[in-house]
Design a protein around this ligand. Structure first.
Ligand code: PGA
Length: 223
């Protein structure tokens, strides 16, 4: 069977509800249907519900993800979004992004979030900054995102990303590794062509609907 191809849009703190729905209306009809192609959009919490509805109404082959979730269960945790409350809206959660780690998020907190995600049937996608970042137990989707490459226009080389992916997969053969950091429609294919890379996590370039469709097309053409 062909390997899974993940193409994940990480909007970060961008797009109001109207902008989010416009993106879905452009991207949704253009995503090809294929069992091993997993296209995911991760909006802000504010836009999650509307994006989810728009994807369902359009019957688009797009999964919806969050960019974080709470390390705690429901209760007195002001500002936190518990996994049990998110699970009707999301299939996946990006956890441990370097932009959050720079704000003080620790490996331990990321591991607690992975537990919450798994307890609520949300697939955790943990971002690691290098091959030595711990991958929490029961996490099988990992994005290698070197800090120097995020939002800089200077991606890592596909060869180096592949080597890091090999090191990460050595921890558990079930792990699928994505690459993230300045991915565009110009370079996505070169990363996907690497044997150990199963997808891309796209920040800035995912905000432009047409560019995101081009990235999906480049990746899909490889299968
Ligand atoms: P970038 O961000 O594509 O804008 O570099 C990627 C990410 O931070 O997930």
């Amino acid at each position: 069977m062909n390997k899974n191809i993940w193409v994940i849009a990480n909007w970060k703190s961008n797009k109001n509800i109207q902008e989010a729905l416009e993106w879905v209306s452009i991207v949704g009809p253009k995503i090809p249907r294929a069992e091993n192609l997993k296209v995911v959009v991760c909006p802000t919490f504010v836009a999650l519900e509307e994006v989810k509805k728009a994807v369902q109404v359009g019957n688009f082959p797009i999964l919806v993800g969050s960019q974080d979730l709470s390390p705690f269960e429901t209760g007195a945790h002001t500002g936190d979004e518990a996994a049990s409350l998110l699970k009707s809206l999301v299939n996946i959660a990006i956890l441990g992004h370097s932009e959050r780690r720079q704000q003080g998020e620790t490996d331990e907190q990321v591991a607690e979030k992975v537990v919450q995600a798994n307890n609520n049937q949300i697939t955790p996608l943990v971002c690691v900054q290098d091959k030595d970042t711990p991958v929490p137990a029961n996490c099988y989707l990992v994005a290698y995102e070197p800090v120097f490459a995020i939002g800089t226009g200077t991606p890592d080389t596909p060869q180096n990303a592949n080597e890091v992916a090999v090191a990460l997969k050595a921890k558990d053969v079930e792990i699928q590794v994505l690459y993230g950091g300045s991915v565009t429609s110009q370079n996505a294919k070169a990363f996907l062509q690497q044997d150990n890379i199963s997808g891309v996590l796209v920040g800035k370039a995912s905000l432009d609907a047409e560019e995101f469709v081009r990235i999906v097309d480049e990746c899909y053409a490889l299968q």
